[in-house]
Design a protein around this ligand. Structure first.
Ligand code: FAD
Length: 471
């Protein structure tokens, strides 16, 4: 048998079951053939943010070096559409005389369909296809006692932890060592790709550097997570989300780090790491949902009846939301952070999402797409899940009558206004007691450099509640 692999969102030597499986079959002296397909048309269709692509592309340049040193013979090709993928993988298998192709599975519907087509063509040629669950800790196999999928997060998280407990009991941690051959190969050439890029150099790339970031976070900062995670001014969350989305880290590596903190892992963790683990379970929850609920892949609401909602059409308000000119400082700070960094603090993501949907009564899909086009960690399942949660159209979502008051939220999450001042420069000199609702303070000073609020929250809230009740 000669095994190769097709790498997608998993450019890493550690904790990569597809790579480990191919390595095992090939013998230590033999290079492992691996294919990477880059498809600008498909990135465009899936709204890849230029900053996300820049991060992946920079990482790819690092990966070709470490892969060559580890004896992985990469072939990198640019293809014009996903329709071409089956032929390209088949050609690769023929050229390399493979009897098996290994991949780490991807869960959204487009990816499932693409892989099904590739598998069918390979099997026609007598090449076996093996999918591994390398990008989730728990594959989408969890069901309730009555055999249905989990629609609520809390029971899902409980079952997820139980599954992990059993898995660790049986097998321990899988594939954590980097794969390495006893041979080296020449580094592959990274082709030019016609897709826009936005500078991502504030984010490290390269498997080792990313892994160190994770280790450092667990050693030094995760303890404070429970207390500080909702305070965007402190900015003390891990900022690891793009690495999981792009597969430069595997979630098993987080498990490996957390397991060192408790002999009874996943039990008996301190509050900080325990709450952080729960966030990683949210990530998996949304991937499972995307896999099990096809309509989520077609832009539909999880709660079907909410698809009848009459959203407003208001290009001007949407534009002002996008540009961070709503006159609600916490909302504007978040949107400006997104534009500048390609990232936004989780709490603020929730606030701006609530604002778009509930204060402006605009379709959550507009916000979902804008986020994808700008986020460095843009992830179809997590982003869709976050938007539907905020819009009260999702599973286990915020109930519709829970309408965030942007000013009260602002006081709560940014009490001293430091986050707002960092991003909304016009308010740099605004005192703490006015920073969350600076309208009057600005008027008294006859200042028009920062806008007055574009809606009256009380009125907007009633408008939203009435529209939702009518469904
Ligand atoms: P930490 O707080 O350090 O959390 C650790 C990890 O857990 C994250 O890196 C992430 O992988 C995962 N995680 C944390 N919170 C969530 C969550 N609510 N849902 C799913 N996974 C979570 N996350 C994305 O990765 N990509 C997205 O496109 C995305 N879009 C979002 C849109 C909206 C409207 C909302 C409300 C949330 C969205 N999230 C998204 C979830 C969350 O905001 C980010 O994962 C988080 O802010 C990333 O920062 P961090 O790495 O410092 O997270």
């Amino acid at each position: 048998a000669r095994a190769g692999l097709w790498l997608r969102h998993d450019l890493r030597l550690r904790s990569n079951p597809a790579l480990a499986a191919a390595a095992k079959l090939n013998g230590a002296e033999q290079p492992i053939p691996a294919l990477i397909l880059l498809c600008p048309q498909q990135m465009h269709e899936h709204d890849w943010a230029p900053i996300k692509w820049d991060l992946y592309y920079r990482h790819l340049h690092e990966f070709v070096k470490s892969a060559a040193a580890a004896g992985i013979a990469l072939s990198i090709q640019v293809i014009e559409s996903w329709q071409v993928a089956p032929k390209a993988v088949k050609r690769f298998a023929e050229q390399q005389q493979l009897s098996e192709v290994h991949v780490n599975v991807e869960y959204p519907l487009h990816e499932v369909r693409r892989d099904r087509a590739v598998k069918a063509l390979l099997e026609q040629q007598g090449v076996a296809w093996h999918g591994h669950h390398g990008n989730l800790v728990v594959p989408p196999v969890l069901t309730t006692q009555t055999g249905t999928i989990y629609q609520k997060f809390t029971p899902f998280a409980k079952a997820w932890r139980q599954h992990l407990r059993e898995q660790l009991g049986h097998n321990g941690l899988p594939f954590m060592q980097p794969v390495e051959r006893r041979c080296k190969v020449a580094a592959a050439v990274v082709p030019e790709v016609d897709y826009p890029r936005q500078d991502s150099s504030a984010w490290v790339v390269g498997e080792d550097a990313v892994y160190q970031q994770l280790q450092g976070y667990i050693e030094e900062r995760v303890t404070a997570y429970a207390a500080e995670r909702d305070l965007p001014g402190l900015d003390t969350t891990s900022r690891l989300s793009p690495y999981w989305e792009l597969g430069m880290l595997s979630p098993w590596q987080a498990v490996q780090q957390l397991a060192q903190l408790s002999p009874d892992f996943p039990d008996a963790l301190d509050q900080g790491p325990d709450v952080w683990l729960t966030e990683l379970i949210w990530r998996e929850f949304y991937q499972h949902l995307m896999f099990h609920v096809p309509r989520l892949n077609y832009g539909k609401a999880f709660l079907k009846h909410t698809d009848a909602m009459q959203w407003r059409e208001d290009a001007d308000s949407f534009q002002r939301w996008c540009e961070g000119r709503t006159g609600f400082p916490i909302v504007d700070a978040g949107m400006r952070q997104l534009a500048a960094e390609g990232w936004m603090h989780n709490r603020v993501r929730m606030i701006v999402a609530h604002f778009l949907v509930k204060d402006l009564l605009l379709d959550w899909r507009l916000g979902e797409q804008f986020f994808m086009r700008h986020l460095i960690d843009g992830s179809f399942p997590a982003n869709n899940g976050g938007w539907q949660w905020s819009a009260s159209t999702g599973t286990d979502a915020a109930p519709y009558f829970r309408v965030f008051n942007p000013t009260l939220q602002s006081e709560k999450v940014d009490p001293d206004g430091s986050y707002i001042r960092r991003w909304v420069k016009e308010l740099a000199d605004c005192p703490k007691q006015h920073i969350h609702a600076p309208g009057k303070w600005l008027k008294d000073r006859k200042r028009s450099d920062y806008p007055q609020p574009i809606v009256d929250h009380k009125v907007a809230r009633e408008r939203f509640l009435a529209a939702f009740k009518a469904l």
